[in-house]
Design a protein around this ligand. Structure first.
Ligand code: ZN
Length: 89
C-alpha cells in the first residue's frame, strides 16, 4: 500500500466531485481517475521512507555508513575513524 498514491487519488477524486458540483461535467472524469490511482495505490508497494538527518550521527570515513558520532571504530567495516579535532596525546 502506497500512502502517497492513496492520498493523491483521494484528492483527485475530491477535485472531480467539486468540479462536477460547479458544473464542469467533463472534469467529472477526475473522479474515475482519482479512484483508479487510489486502487492502484492499494496494490502498490510503499514509497521509500525519507531518512531524517540525525545530528548525533556521522558518516564512516571509509564505507560511508551512518554511525554514531562518538564511535571510534566503525561497526560496519571495523576501521578506526579519523578524529575531527586535533590529535594531541
Ligand atoms: Zn565503515
Amino acid at each position: 500500500m502506497n500512502q502517497g498514491m492513496l492520498l493523491s487519488g483521494a484528492v483527485t477524486a475530491i477535485f472531480g466531485v467539486i468540479f462536477l458540483l460547479m458544473g464542469f461535467l467533463p472534469l467529472g472524469i477526475l473522479i474515475l481517475v482519482g479512484l483508479m490511482i487510489f486502487l492502484l495505490g492499494i496494490g502498490a508497494p510503499p514509497s521509500e521512507p525519507v531518512k531524517p538527518e540525525d545530528p548525533a550521527k556521522k558518516f564512516c570515513w571509509y564505507c560511508m555508513e551512518e554511525i554514531d558520532k562518538e564511535e571510534k571504530t566503525c561497526p560496519y567495516c571495523g576501521l578506526d575513524q579519523v578524529e575531527e579535532g586535533s590529535k594531541r596525546d
